[in-house]
Design a protein around this ligand. Structure first.
Ligand code: ZN
Ligand code: ZN
Length: 152
């Protein structure tokens, strides 16, 4: 694969980012450095880098939005249900889920993902008042679901 200046800057930015951006988000981030670049070019380059295995492409469960990941090492993701941040969770290199599943279940695994959802350290450290605000927001959001569950 030919490394154009644009592709180099996209890759460089991806390697430093911890935020798992969508193509649109990355486009907004690199636009100041590459004022003439188009969203289509950013998207095409991300797809090519992902196809080569240089970066990773994924979408979170329940979402069709494609995200890109500059961390090439095997890892899982944890998404914060409050701020939406997606953090990398590094897997113990001695732990090989593929080998385990193959041996225990006789299933040849081609690919796997583990996704965690919860509350990140930063949100947990927020002062009480903002936690209360988040809680109320969540309760409002889950209100319908909860009452449904109670009926059963
Ligand atoms: Zn958070
Ligand atoms: Zn990641």
């Amino acid at each position: 694969m030919r490394m154009t200046i644009q592709r180099k800057i996209i890759l460089e930015t991806m390697r430093h980012l911890k935020s798992h951006p969508t193509a649109d988000e990355l486009y907004a981030m690199i636009k100041p450095r590459l004022p003439r670049i188009s969203l289509a070019t950013v998207y095409r380059n991300l797809e090519m880098l992902a196809a080569e295995g240089i970066i990773r492409k994924f979408s979170l469960q329940g979402s069709t939005q494609k995200r890109f990941d500059g961390n090439p090492h095997p890892h899982c993701h944890a998404q914060c249900i409050r701020c939406g941040k997606i953090e990398d969770i590094m897997v113990d290199p001695g732990l090989d889920p593929k080998a385990y599943v193959k041996e225990a279940w006789g299933f040849d695994i081609q690919d796997w993902t583990i996704e965690f959802r919860g509350i990140c350290a930063e949100c947990k450290a927020l002062p009480k008042e903002s936690q209360q605000w988040f809680k109320q927001k969540e309760e409002k959001k889950n209100g319908r679901k909860k009452s449904k569950r109670n009926q059963n």
